[in-house]
Design a binder for this molecule. Structure first.
Ligand code: SF4
Length: 405
């Protein structure tokens, strides 16, 4: 089909096929793909509002057995640079988040064999006890699969137990590209196959949780595989309707085993716009300013995005791979308003919480994102002694409590 005919189809609100999406992504002028995506965004969000959330992106451990080749964040089991955050450190981070208007933690981490399910349950319960209305957007599908394997329990049972402990929603991390050929090449098939990732989301949606979906592109996938990823998400969304949003970001190559180059800004904008066109059953698309920088992040609002993502406060994973952009609420709102939209705070369900927080209260400017731990802090949280470690190095460091399992 010609580009003109596909463009007409998008303007009419008809669903595009994978072949048509591929043709648009590869051959349509960038300005046309952008205008089409912007048209879809305007149909879904005619009120000219762009949202953002104030939350904190916390990585509770960097110890990971998965060893994905694109990841610069993880440390091997037993590494002196490995860390697990203590409950008190997490409470302090929540206090800091609440002080600047934050409403949730985005909590993700490595697949650490020395953290049993009970550690997560105790942490979630402790957070909910101290901060009853604070939300836990936690544990991407591969982490849920990891816990299912550690405990030998079904994924649905893990989700039920985490929800009972306080889990509110699941972030869409670890999707990379949902095609097993790509996952095998990236050394992430073992942590979760494409079907396993989708199954966790299916079960979470059935359990009543809302989740997000992501895509990390620009590694070894073909254009066709990038589109296939979108089609798989669209199919699951047709089935469950449980995804609130889609977020795409480009692979960050520094300090990774895979190495290579980062995708360009134009490729990001074309990918984002194509996603807006293909994912006709997703309401919200976020701009990934944390990987693209504020300027491309702002341009995303003309290429299909209706949300500036998170104020974030803290970031560890992307920074380890070389990107260290920072935008506080003032800067996010300035970019939204300068692009011609009204800026509104939201929660994970995309319910509007209000106008910018800094206009209601005095909030100190944030010129750099925080990190999980300050440099050189290798402390081991005292409560870890109460949880059974599986690795030899983990066992050496802990006194095992008889109640641990
Ligand atoms: S991407 Fe996640 S699962 Fe993969 S090595 Fe890094 S921390 Fe581990």
């Amino acid at each position: 089909m010609s580009i003109d005919l596909i463009a007409d189809k998008v303007r009419r609100g008809a669903r595009v096929t994978g072949e048509e999406a591929l043709e648009l992504y590869r051959d349509a002028p960038t300005s046309l793909v952008g205008r089409l995506a912007d048209g879809v965004r305007a149909r879904k969000h005619p009120e000219s509002i762009v949202t953002y959330i104030i939350d904190r992106n916390v990585n509770y451990t960097n110890v990971c057995v998965a060893k994905c080749s694109f990841c610069a964040f993880y440390r091997d089991v037993g590494s002196p640079e490995g860390y697990v955050l203590g409950f008190d450190e997490l409470f302090r981070k929540i206090d800091e988040t609440v002080a600047v208007g934050g409403v949730q933690l985005l909590l993700q981490g490595g697949h650490n064999p020395d953290l049993p399910l009970r550690w997560y349950e105790d942490l979630f319960r402790a957070v909910k006890e101290r901060y009853p209305t604070f939300k836990l957007h936690a544990l991407s599908p591969p982490e849920v699969v990891h816990l299912a394997r550690l405990t030998q329990l079904p994924v649905a049972a893990i989700i039920d137990r985490l929800v009972a402990a306080g889990l509110d929603s699941i972030p869409g991390g670890g999707a990379e590209i949902l095609v097993d050929r790509v996952r095998t090449l990236l050394h992430c098939y073992g942590k979760a196959s494409a079907d396993e990732w989708l199954d966790v989301m299916r079960l979470a949606h059935r359990a009543g949780l809302r989740t997000t979906a992501t895509m990390m592109y620009g590694t070894v996938e073909t254009d066709e595989e990038r589109i296939e990823h979108l089609l798989r998400l669209r199919a699951l969304q047709d089935e469950t309707g449980g995804f609130t949003a889609f977020i795409a970001w480009s692979y960050q190559p520094d300090n990774t085993v895979l190495a290579g180059d980062e995708a360009t800004g134009v490729d990001y904008l074309r990918t984002l716009a194509t996603a807006r066109i293909v994912l006709d059953n997703f309401d919200n698309l976020q701009a990934s300013w944390v990987t693209q920088g504020g300027k491309v992040g702002q341009l995303s609002l003309a290429f299909g995005a209706n949300d500036m993502g998170s104020v974030m406060i803290e970031e560890n994973v992307v920074r380890a791979a070389g990107a260290s952009y920072c935008m506080d609420e003032v800067e996010i709102v300035r970019n939204i308003e300068n692009a011609g939209f009204a800026a509104k705070r939201r929660n994970m369900h995309y319910e509007i919480l209000g106008d910018p927080f800094f206009r209601e209260r005095d909030v100190p400017r944030m010129l750099e994102l925080a990190t999980a731990r300050s440099d050189g802090d290798t402390s081991i949280p005292a409560e870890l002694a109460g949880y059974e470690a599986r690795s030899r190095s983990g066992k050496r460091l802990r006194v095992v409590s008889p109640t641990s399992r």
